[in-house]
Design a protein around this ligand. Structure first.
Ligand SMILES: O=c1ccn([C@@H]2O[C@H](COP(=O)(O)O)[C@@H](O)[C@H]2O)c(=O)[nH]1
Length: 240
């Protein structure tokens, strides 16, 4: 079995604690970073994070917070207590919301005695193409808006963004090497795109400057999830 690579985050998009445990046990030591999203968190709650932390796995809590500054800041404080390494919120919430969230993460981690989670801002969902983007009022091309939101998030004290690998080079150029760029929309050549529109292969995403890749169905729906992980990790390491 291949050694785990922290650049791969597996999305646990299932609807029960049992299904989550089954996948985590099946993948064993080949994966050390998991994403808990809305489906799993709303189905099974905090126990999901507790289980993963007890297994010594890192957690990206992808709840995509988007509300007024006070509500998001209080939610970040509550989630910080759970011990996730990364928490997401929407860049479109604006500068005040982003700054309040960053401050809440710092204060809550100190008061709960847990490491400060990294906050990442959702830019434009990878399921959107230019047509749907314009339909919701997008004025700039997606890539320009993504970079604009990344710069806004960075200047408000946010640690990184979630974006498509297609925008990663532009974000790197503007936001520098330390800024976290997490990319979903990852599809190995043989995998179906499903509902994703702005996609790239694992190798191309790394070359484009992604810090971490989020991969769900190409692993969790594969005939052998372990083999799928092995292939993706090899691609991340440039060994394919
Ligand atoms: O823009 C975004 C933000 C988040 N996601 C999440 O990533 C995974 C992708 O799953 P796949 O099965 O590999 O498509 C999923 O949990 C989304 O909620 C995203 O896809 N795009």
């Amino acid at each position: 079995m291949i050694t785990a690579d922290k650049r791969l985050i597996v999305a646990l998009d299932v609807n029960s604690l049992d299904k989550m445990k089954q996948m985590v046990n099946e993948l064993g030591p080949s994966v050390n970073f998991y994403k808990v999203g809305m489906e799993l968190f709303y189905s099974a709650g905090e126990q999901t994070v507790d289980f993963l932390r007890a297994c010594d796995k890192e957690v990206f809590l992808d709840l995509k917070l988007h509300d007024i500054p006070n509500t998001v800041a209080c939610s970040v404080a509550a989630l910080t207590r759970l011990g996730a390494s990364v928490i997401s919120l929407h860049a479109a919430g604006g500068r005040s919301m982003l700054a309040a969230a960053a401050q809440a993460a710092t204060e809550a981690s100190a008061s709960y005695g847990v490491p400060r989670p990294q906050l990442v801002a959702i830019t434009a969902l990878t399921s959107l193409d230019e047509v749907e983007w314009r339909e919701i009022g997008g004025q700039l091309p997606i890539s320009e808006q993504v970079v604009k939101l990344a710069c806004l998030a960075q200047s408000a004290g946010i640690d990184g963004v979630v974006a498509s690998p297609q925008e990663a080079p532009l974000i790197r150029e503007k936001c520098g090497p330390e800024f976290l760029v997490i990319t979903p929309g990852i599809r190995p050549r043989s995998a179906a795109a499903n509902d994703q529109k702005r996609v790239a292969t694992p190798a191309d995403a790394i070359k484009a400057g992604a810090s971490r890749l989020v991969v769900g169905r190409p692993i969790t729906a594969a005939p052998s999830p372990v083999q799928a992980v092995e292939q993706i990790v090899k691609a991340i390491r440039g060994e394919e």
